[in-house]
Design a binder for this molecule. Structure first.
Ligand code: ADP
Ligand code: MG
Length: 201
């Protein structure tokens, strides 16, 4: 089995993140934690790539619909649709438009618990309810309600893979194998090695 320190996750700084000049701020938050950048590109994604990205998990359409409906109900607001599949398809259409609307930064980050840690740093899907201190909580004011009134996507600055398996599939669709680099960071000795030998002279 591969060591947990080789866990990988895909991050996308969405078009609004690039437009808000948050590239450096976002990268800084992953970097300072000790995660390692192993692939990066700046591109305008095609609609096809975005559609493929969100349908890697065949359950995603239903799940995103259910999550959205729950969020409306929790705030005592009538959801725009009570059918999770119908709602999920609508979100997919909005996402395709949103994410292909301008340049994005796609990256692969590696390190122990990379998937969970990056989702923790990013915060929950809806900026209105995501925690203070997270990227989505600190830098955006969007909500399900606001997005729905305008029939657009929630603008929440970043994407990150939801699970280890999803990450492997997503990385494959955004990067060729040779674009994902294999190298060592000196700080990994401090993060992972059993003995901290070699500090004292
Ligand atoms: P996450 O990005 O937190 O993993 P999801 O995978 O559930 O969230 O949804 C993907 C993206 O779709 C979200 O980040 C958000 O930009 C957008 N989104 C999700 N639900 C809605 C909705 N009901 N209305 C508009 N946009 C949505
Ligand atoms: Mg997701």
């Amino acid at each position: 089995m591969e060591h947990i320190k080789t866990d990988k996750t895909l991050v996308i700084i969405k078009p609004d993140g690039v437009q808000r000049s948050l590239i450096g701020e976002i990268i800084n938050r992953y970097e300072r934690l000790g995660l390692k950048l192993i692939a990066a590109k700046f591109l305008i994604p095609s609609e096809g790539l975005i559609e493929k990205h969100y349908t890697i998990d065949p359950e995603w359409i239903r799940k995103v619909g259910e999550k959205s409906i729950k969020s409306f109900i929790a705030k005592n607001i009538e959801p725009p649709s009570n059918d999770p599949i119908e709602f999920g398809k609508k979100v997919l259409g909005r996402l395709v438009k949103y994410l292909s609307s301008g340049p994005v930064v796609a990256m692969v980050w590696q390190g122990a618990h990379a998937v969970d840690l990056i989702r923790k740093i990013n915060g929950g899907t809806e900026p209105l309810t995501s925690d203070i201190g997270t990227i989505r909580g600190d830098f955006v004011l969007d909500s399900y309600k606001l997005a729905d009134v305008e029939d657009r996507c929630i603008r929440n600055v970043v994407h990150a893979s939801g699970s280890h398996e999803e990450a492997l599939e997503e990385i494959k669709s955004w990067f060729r194998p040779e674009e994902v680099l294999n190298y060592r960071l000196i700080q990994e000795e401090i993060l992972y090695d059993v003995n901290l030998d070699g500090i004292l002279e």
